[in-house]
Write a protein that binds this ligand. Structure first.
Ligand code: KG4
Length: 360
């Protein structure tokens, strides 16, 4: 099953060609530098950028995967289905990808598979690069799933593909959002997670005091970052004329408290697991963080759990490759005829719509 996948959920315009779990091409056009001067994503700018870029990005994804074919020939003969992110995300951004995908599906008479962006982050460790088979030990379900990104902080039980039980969700901010806000306060720019990571490496996490969220709480089925954020603002304001070293130390302290929270909830959920768990899938933009990976891998190892992350850092952030792989994993039992019957009707394609608040 060869899929043309499209994702425009936030500030990345992305298109990919996937075949089963293999990613043949994965083009990501990031707008983050355009949004950085606003300190966050500006919806009207994101919408305009997606509209201007989507055709180019899709054509490039097709060209990279099939260099010797014409674009229109490929769509007719090589692509079996189109997959598109319908949510969650920024409404005006999602709409650009969904409308574009609908037009293509109707024009070229291809099935259109709607995909949940959070599920795609969750399943992104299944993706395989072309030219190289990764030796990924297939997890036996149920398995743990952790998605940490700019909009999502979810620990879940994957009972099967498409069957998820939320074990812990955030009550307020997502981890990525909290890291971005901390970075902005320190004047490090947007998006801040990766920059904060670099600064934190040079800092002493014990120089300043900052609480670990919900430290006195016995209920370990939720995350919360709003209290930490407020405490961090207060701490920052209490330091007169911070030096460069202070900024490093503050970055290290914030990361430490924010990550400790994830570790505590994960440890609690593992020790209260309802089944024997031997694998954990970990995806989302924050999964690119080396320090966090190291900490979570240690917890997993201590509990005989193998942690799987995406095969490249590009696959941690928003990208259409994971959308194509997720569309395949949810429909791998369908042959071409059944795929057409489920997703190929004109009425069905026309009914596909954005759902900015879509849940896992
Ligand atoms: O998955 P993603 O690209 O978008 C969403 O679906 O939300 O995640 C973006 C988030 C941002 O908050 C960004 O600061 C964070 O991932 N991020 C990181 C790192 N790289 C990106 N956070 C911590 N360490 C990193 N290396």
């Amino acid at each position: 099953m060869k899929i043309l996948a499209i994702d425009t959920s936030c500030d990345e315009t992305s298109a990919a060609i996937t075949e089963h779990k293999i990613i043949h091409s994965n083009i990501v056009w990031s707008q983050s530098s355009l949004h950085s001067s606003f300190g966050g994503v500006l919806p009207s700018l994101a919408q305009r950028q997606h509209q201007e870029r989507i055709d180019f990005v899709v054509q490039k994804a097709l060209k990279n995967a099939f260099p010797r074919h014409t674009i229109y020939g490929i769509l007719h003969t090589k692509i079996d289905a189109i997959a598109v992110t319908v949510g969650p995300g920024l409404a005006v951004a999602l709409a650009v990808g969904v409308n574009y995908a609908k037009d293509l599906a109707l024009k070229y008479k291809k099935p259109l598979i709607p995909v949940n962006h959070i599920e795609a982050h969750l399943l992104s460790p299944f993706a395989q690069p072309k030219n190289k088979m990764l030796k990924m030990q297939m997890p036996n379900f149920p398995t743990l799933g952790l998605v940490l990104s700019g909009g999502t902080t979810i620990l879940c039980l994957i009972k099967n593909i498409g069957e998820y039980e939320i074990l812990a969700n955030t009550a307020d901010d997502a981890l990525g959002e909290a890291l971005d806000k901390a970075a902005r306060l320190l004047g490090l720019g947007y998006p801040g997670g990766a920059i904060l990571e670099k600064f934190a490496k040079l800092g002493d996490p014990n120089k300043y005091k900052l609480p670990v969220p919900l430290i006195g709480d016995v209920v370990k089925n939720r995350f919360s970052y709003s209290g930490l954020k407020t405490a961090f603002v207060r701490l920052f304001e209490s330091i007169k004329n911070p030096t460069k070293q202070d900024i490093y130390d503050l970055a290290a302290r914030f990361q430490n408290s924010a990550f400790k929270h994830i570790e505590r909830v994960l440890e609690y959920q593992i020790s209260h697991k309802p089944y024997v768990i031997s694998h954990m899938l970990f995806g989302g933009g924050v999964a690119a963080n080396v320090e966090l990976r190291k900490r979570l891998r240690k917890i997993c190892k201590n509990n005989n759990i193998i942690m799987h992350t995406p095969y490249s850092l590009k696959l941690c952030g928003d990208n259409a490759g994971m959308i194509g792989v997720t569309a395949y994993l949810n429909n791998k039992m369908l042959n071409a005829k059944k795929l057409k019957a489920k997703y190929g009707g004109k009425k069905f394609i026309e009914s596909v719509d954005i759902n900015p608040k879509l849940k896992l």
